[in-house]
Structures are given as C-alpha cells and as structure tokens.
Design a protein. Structure first.
Length: 110
C-alpha cells in the first residue's frame, strides 16, 4: 500500500466467463484528497473500474483497497456511502457543477 492512498488497485482484473477481460492488470494508487478523472473511449473499463471500487463488481484477480482495507472486508453499504464520485449523463443533475453532484449522497445521508 502506498502511503496516503485512499484507493488502490493491486493487479486488478475483471472479466465475465467466456468474454475478454474488461479490466486487465490495473495497478493504481489514488492519494487521499486527490480528484481523478477516468477518460477513455467506450468499452475501455472506466465504469467497470468504478464498480470495482464500490463493490458492485468483485475483481476476478487482484485486490481493490479503500482506506487500506480490501473492499470485500467492508460492509458494502458503509463502503458505498463513504465514496464520492460522479457518473456522466443521466447520473448528473444538470443545474449542478461537479462538486455539488459528487457531494449529494453524503448530504442526503446526514
């Protein structure tokens, strides 16, 4: 684990049986307090990677860590409520900028 990494992918891969892997050997450390933009063409694994962080999907290989804990060790509800992220298109409120969009769920929870 890298010092200060809030989220870390360690040699993570994900694929469905009989299909090519959607994410292959991803290793990435995201420091606490950093904002990250996943940018790529359709089918490049952006949404799949986000789903691996919040445990909507489980890696077929490797581990995803959030706050130094493997995501499978977290209570899934607490894990999801503790992560701020913004999805594109229909998931955004068009009258909000990115910051209010990503802070919406924690505001609802309080």
């Amino acid at each position: 684990m890298q010092n200060g990494a809030a989220i870390e992918f360690r040699d993570v891969s994900f694929g469905l049986p009989g299909s090519p892997e959607m994410v292959h050997d991803l290793s990435l450390a995201i420091p606490r307090g950093e904002m990250l933009l996943l940018l790529g063409r359709s089918g490049s694994g952006k949404t799949t990677s986000l789903k691996l962080i919040n445990r909507l999907l489980t890696p077929t290989r490797g581990e995803v860590h959030v706050e130094k804990r493997v995501t499978t060790e977290w209570d899934v509800i607490k894990l999801r409520r503790g992560i701020e992220y913004v999805i594109h298109d229909a998931g955004l409120f068009p009258h909000y900028s990115i910051k209010p969009n990503k802070r919406l769920l924690p505001t609802i929870e309080n």
